[in-house]
Every structure is written in C-alpha cells, then in structure tokens.
Design a protein around this ligand. Structure first.
Ligand SMILES: Cc1cc2nc3c(=O)[nH]c(=O)nc-3n(C[C@H](O)[C@H](O)[C@H](O)COP(=O)(O)O)c2cc1C
Length: 184
C-alpha cells in the first residue's frame, strides 16, 4: 500500500513553536508509514477577496496545491485568546474558496500544545466547527498537550517521552481513520 501524504500546518509562525514541534515529532514518528510535509504559513498574505478575484497569490497557490495533493491534513492548533490563531484561520479561509476547494471532503486531524492547562482544547473545538463548514472530514480523536514549556526544548523540539508516546498513539488512530475513509 502507498504511504498516505499528510500536509501538516503549524498554527504559529514562532521559530520555536510548540505546535510546529508536535508536527516535526509526528513527521519523525511516521517516517516509515506516511509522507508528512510541514508547510509553513509565513508567506501566506491576509485574506482579501479582491486579491482572490484577481488571482490567487503564488504562496496561496502553493498551499492550495499542497492541500489538493495531500490525502489528509494535520493541524497544529496554536491557541490565542481561547481561539485558533489568525494564521491558521487565514490559511483555511484561502483554502476554502473555489475553484475546486481543496479542503472539501479532506480528512484532517488536530493536535495542539499550549503553555496553559487546557492544551488548545478551545482552539481545536473551534477548528472542528470551521472545518465542518468547509466540509472537511474530522478524525474524532485529539491530542491536547498542556504545560508545553516544560515538554519542549528551546528550539521547539518535543523532548518529553510520555508526550511523544501520546502523540504516537494519536497517530496510530489517525492512520487507521485514513485507511477507513481513504483520501476523502
Ligand atoms: C496573544 C496570545 C494569546 C494566548 N492565548 C492563549 C489561550 O487562550 N490559551 C492558552 O492555552 N494559551 C494561550 N497563549 C499561550 C500560548 O499557548 C503559547 O504562547 C504557545 O507557545 C503558542 O503556541 P506556539 O508555541 O505554537 O507558538 C497565548 C499566547 C499569546 C501570544
């Protein structure tokens, strides 16, 4: 069987982002079983429908193409003020529009790390609602990493073994889900 291609979107532009760190760890854990592409959202401009009508900007074309090619998405659900980061919401908005909206029917999984006690639970709930509206297909499992400052090093690499095991368990379930639903 061919390996599933997973497009991983970190919800943070921060160099040592914990959410990027989770996605890097996922890439390592799945290295034999899936192709995980981490797509940085640094170059994605703020959504503007006038710009869209004039033609998608090149970084947005890259994002939409990567999403279209992928069998699934994995989002690092950075939480700001009890909500998904604007960075992530903005990317979803660009990817949600015609022609051929690449998120439609696309399976996705959510993981998230925060310094607070709830591990991005509010961001993830909101993302589920947003992605439902764009008709993406959510994996019901989730991973909430709280107290992240103690679990990652100063480069944003996941160093905590128990969290790595929880991520591995999450990914086992997510890959099983992808086998069941195909690529949407
Ligand atoms: C503007 C702002 C708002 C934040 N709001 C929350 C929040 O609502 N819940 C939470 O758990 N952490 C919150 N935090 C702390 C983040 O969890 C922390 O900055 C984390 O490192 C962000 O994710 P990242 O490591 O992927 O950049 C907030 C941080 C910032 C800068």
């Amino acid at each position: 069987m061919t390996k599933p291609r997973i497009l991983a979107l970190p919800g943070s532009l921060r160099r040592a982002s914990f959410n990027r760190g989770l996605l890097v760890a996922a890439q390592e854990i799945l290295s034999e079983r899936a192709v995980v592409e981490i797509f940085s959202l640094d170059e994605i401009p703020l959504y503007n429908d006038d710009v869209r009508l004039a033609g998608y900007p090149e970084p947005v074309v890259s994002l939409r193409d990567a999403a279209a090619r992928a069998d699934a998405l994995l989002l690092g659900a950075t939480e700001y003020n009890f909500a998904p980061s604007g960075v992530l919401k903005n990317a979803i908005d660009w990817a949600s529009r015609s022609p051929d909206p690449p998120l439609q029917g696309k399976p996705f999984g959510l993981v998230g790390a925060s310094t607070g006690g709830f591990g991005t639970v509010r961001s993830q709930l909101a993302l589920r609602q947003i992605l439902l509206i764009v008709q993406a297909l959510g994996y019901p499992g989730s991973l909430h990493v709280s107290g992240a400052a103690k679990l990652f090093d100063e480069e944003g690499r996941l160093t905590d073994e128990a969290t790595r095991q929880s991520l591995s368990d999450f990914l086992d379930g997510f890959l099983g889900f992808l086998e069941r639903v195909g690529s949407g």
